[in-house]
Design a protein around this ligand. Structure first.
Ligand SMILES: NC(=O)c1ccc[n+]([C@@H]2O[C@H](COP(=O)([O-])OP(=O)(O)OC[C@H]3O[C@@H](n4cnc5c(N)ncnc54)[C@H](OP(=O)(O)O)[C@@H]3O)[C@@H](O)[C@H]2O)c1
Length: 324
């Protein structure tokens, strides 16, 4: 089969298309999927530079997320059948076939294509986990969504509006119209604006109830500063702009807020009951039309290096997909 291999941890430019790779075999508890579409995630970019903790060692077959048809079952798999169309995660998604854990796959929603289903178990589940079980966002509250034009960000904006929140989004200036069209009440360019001042002005000095923090770096410190004192929550699920820290002294005397870490893979493993609730809620939102079929920008597998480079360079809007 064909696949995109990363021979060295030198970034997206090192990815190369390789032919003649052996089709993987589903082990116990796993399914083999013929990939219809693979999802490109920021984790793929980090992985190409070796900064994604726990990711594979180079050389490796790239890609973490795909949707497609189940073509073989490993030992002990009962809940999934050959011929089912599923969306899930694993290693080596940027290829014609990949293996996924049977427990962690979800059905492609009825009537949706593989491409339209991308994002369900990563982007949407992450955004929902941040907003609800962790952020406990309620009616009439205010949420700050960073990278609001991105794949996770767009999902978060749609759901936060549905839950009756006021949404402040941040994005590069040229992406603001997209974020407004999704229903965001305010959009800020966090690279040029006084983010802290602007958010405090919009909230009458009180700050926001929940921050969806995926940017890191200096933005992380601003996120902490604009969370409401005592009850405000900063949900940390990304570090695109680098590491940042906050001290116990600051949490005691400067920023009396809740800083909460989120990794959807760990949540799936360690709290499967919460993951099941997330999937139930996402299926409800799909039925309501709050969560519409995805419209990713699709590239051929051979253009994967370009797609990842654009994601790294902030040149993308919404979900990116690769077609094997
Ligand atoms: N913890 C988890 O389980 C989990 C799961 C899924 C995703 N994530 C994280 O969620 C974030 C969004 O992921 P995604 O796949 O949906 O990507 P994305 O939001 O579609 O793309 C990343 C966007 O982040 C913004 N950004 C801000 N600072 C950046 C920087 N220094 N370098 C690159 N981009 C920067 C850019 O938007 P602007 O141009 O508007 O600045 C960029 O377009 C990532 O941090 C990812 O690692 C975490």
């Amino acid at each position: 089969m064909r696949g995109l291999e990363q021979p060295t941890l030198d970034g997206p430019g090192a990815l190369r298309l390789v032919d003649g790779i052996g089709v993987p075999v589903a082990g116990a508890g796993e399914v083999l999927v013929r990939v219809g579409a693979a999802g490109v995630n920021f984790a793929d970019v980090m992985q190409t530079r070796g900064t994604y903790d726990g990711g594979p060692q180079a050389p490796y077959l790239a890609g973490f997320e795909a949707a497609g048809e189940v073509v073989a079952l490993g030992e002990g798999v009962n809940a999934v059948s050959v011929g089912d169309r599923v969306i899930g995660t694993g290693y080596g998604a940027f290829a014609e076939y990949m293996v996924m854990g049977a427990d962690s796959v979800a059905a492609v929603p009825a009537g949706w294509s593989d491409e339209q289903a991308l994002g369900l178990v990563l982007n949407w589940a992450t955004a929902l986990a941040a907003l609800r079980p962790l952020g406990r966002l309620g009616l009439g509250e205010t949420v700050l969504v960073h990278a609001a034009a991105g794949a996770v960000g767009q999902a978060a904006v749609r759901m936060a509006k549905y839950y009756g929140a006021t949404v402040v989004g941040t994005a590069s200036a040229e992406k603001h119209e997209v974020v407004r069209r999704l229903g965001a009440d305010h959009v800020i360019d966090y690279r040029t604006a006084d983010l802290t001042g602007e958010v405090l002005r919009l909230t009458g000095g009180r700050g926001v109830d929940v921050v969806l923090e995926s940017v890191g770096g200096e933005t992380f410190r601003q996120s902490v500063a604009v969370a409401k004192r005592v009850t405000g929550k900063v949900i940390v699920y990304g570090v695109a702009g680098g590491e940042a820290s906050i001290s116990n002294w600051e949490l005691n005397f400067r920023h009396q807020v809740h800083v909460i870490g989120l990794h959807i893979g760990v949540l799936t493993q360690q709290a499967p009951e919460i993951f099941a609730e997330l999937m139930d809620e996402l299926n409800r939102l799909i039925a309501l039309g709050v969560y519409p079929p995805g419209e990713p920008t699709v590239y051929d597998l051979a253009d994967g290096p370009k797609a990842l480079a654009e994601l790294e360079a902030r040149a993308t809007v919404g979900k990116i997909a690769l077609r094997p």
